[in-house]
Each structure stands twice: as C-alpha cells, then as structure tokens.
Design a protein. Structure first.
Length: 92
C-alpha cells in the first residue's frame, strides 16, 4: 500500500484483496459523482513499448476522473520518442 506497483509479482494475497476493494470503491465513486479531485496537481506519465490503445485510454480516463493530468509517450518501434530510437532505457 502507498508504494509504486511495477510488477504483479509485488502483489500479495492481502494486497490483491485491497486492490479489488479499491477498484470497487473507485467504480462506485465514478458512478455516483463522476470522480473527484484527489489527484489534482498530479501527472501520470506512461510509456508503452507496444501498442495498447485500450489500456492507455483507460489510464488517461481514470487520471482525468480523479482530477489529474496525463502524458503519454509512444516508446515502441516507430514511436515518437528519440530516446527509444537511440536505445535509451526508461531509467535514462
């Protein structure tokens, strides 16, 4: 809880339960209020190395519903970033 999730291997059984409970809470929030501003002044940056339109759009919609903003970078082959074309890693 309160730490970045990078891999599914980080999720314990209790963490998975928390994830499902949070998802249900967020679903109810969106249905009743359309969202809120808990992520106002926050920016989510995503890099996809393979095309994933539905996932990217879902992340963007969720961030916007919670008052945040979203930056998407296409890091895949033929993408729009010079960094990935030069072989730079995400850490760079």
């Amino acid at each position: 809880k309160n730490s970045p999730l990078v891999s599914v291997t980080q999720i314990s059984t209790s963490g998975l339960l928390t994830l499902f409970e949070t998802a249900q809470s967020m679903r109810s929030l969106v249905r009743t209020n359309g969202g809120d501003n808990r992520l106002q002044h926050r920016v989510l940056a995503s890099v996809f190395y393979e095309a994933s339109t539905r996932t990217s759009c879902s992340f963007q919609a969720a961030m916007m519903r919670l008052g945040g903003t979203f930056i998407h970078v296409d890091g895949g082959k033929g993408g729009n970033t010079s960094a990935s074309k030069k072989g730079e890693t995400l850490e760079d």
